[in-house]
Design a protein around this ligand. Structure first.
Ligand code: ASP
Length: 308
């Protein structure tokens, strides 16, 4: 099977001056994930590598550089999900984990549970020899300045937030399909608030019989429409978005699904956001209703396609 990879660096009102930083972040995520997949590596390793690179980029709202919550602290959420077994590993509201996607993977591989939060998640990390970091390490000057200016989440919702969550979906040469999402959440969020990102079916979903999805945007809206699972259901049975008699290509169908999902997010939840996906064959698609979304995928011949 031909491997495939798509990543995102969040939907929001990315300022013109920051576009290159976002492109750099997306490129580093794609390079990290593709270096695994192109050598025949596993989708799980590719998603982890891609998201670690995105978490390490201070321009993006995940890991280092995340938005601060109301109390001026960083609380991180992440999930990874395997489309073969439908098993996920997720962590939420962790403060001393530099790369929460790695801890999500540890939960996926070593816990009988699918989600651990806060102190329990950090205890699980310690018990498994996973390093804790100094929470200050996650805070950049930019994020602290933004927080000083505006501690309240914007009334205009996600369309005004300058940056968002990160995510990746990979299909490997053995046909394994994996999706992951990692975030610092929304700026000024209430301490302990958990958004859509680490919730199975909301900010992430993977089903090898349908596709893999990672979402970004206003979490309270994405949760209402369970957007990632909605996209998976549409990919499984695209009748509603692409009538069976139509001669649409699989790529076009995947794109129609992505667009239908963000339309429903706007219509039913009055929220802005975006998503990336791979269908079960690895065809990529992306859609968003925010002014911009940073994303990229590896096209034919290993060429990187990056937006904005
Ligand atoms: N969806 C994330 C959340 O609500 C934020 C984002 O995607 O920017 O936590």
């Amino acid at each position: 099977m031909k491997p495939s990879l798509i990543v995102h660096g969040g939907a929001g009102n990315i300022p013109d001056a920051a576009v290159n930083d976002f492109r750099r972040g997306v490129r580093s995520g794609l390079n990290a994930g593709w270096s695994v997949l192109s050598r025949g590596g596993a989708a799980l390793d590719a998603v982890e590598a891609a998201i670690v690179a995105l978490e390490e980029d201070p321009a993006l709202d995940a890991g280092v550089g995340s938005h601060l919550n109301r109390d001026g602290r960083v609380q991180l959420d992440a999930i990874v999900m395997d489309g073969g077994t439908l098993k996920a590993g997720a962590v939420a509201a962790v403060e001393r984990i530099r790369n929460p996607i790695r801890l999500a993977r540890l939960v996926f591989e070593k816990s009988e549970h699918m989600m651990l939060i806060g102190r329990g998640a950090e205890q699980f990390a310690v018990e498994n020899g996973f390093p804790l970091c100094d929470p200050e390490e996650l805070i950049t000057d930019v994020a602290r300045d933004e927080w000083r200016k505006t501690r309240e989440p914007s009334a205009a919702g996600h369309a005004e937030q300058p940056r968002g969550t990160v995510g990746a979906v990979a299909l490997d040469s053995d046909g394994n399909l994996v999706a992951g999402t990692s975030t610092g959440g929304t700026r000024g969020k209430y301490p302990g608030r958990v958004g859509d990102s680490p919730l199975i079916g909301c900010g992430c979903y993977a089903d090898a019989q349908a596709g893999g999805i990672s979402c970004t945007g206003y979490g309270e809206g994405i949760m209402k429409v369970v957007m990632a699972k909605m996209a998976a259901d549409m990919l499984r049975d695209p009748g509603a978005v692409a009538p069976r008699e139509s001669k649409d290509s699989d790529t076009r169908i995947a794109q129609s699904v992505a667009e239908a999902c963000v339309r429903i997010l706007g219509d039913r939840a009055r929220a802005a956001g975006g998503l990336i996906l791979l269908d079960r064959e690895g065809n990529p698609a992306a859609a968003y209703t925010t002014p911009r979304m940073a994303y990229g995928y590896v096209g034919a011949g290993g060429v990187l396609n990056i937006a904005p």
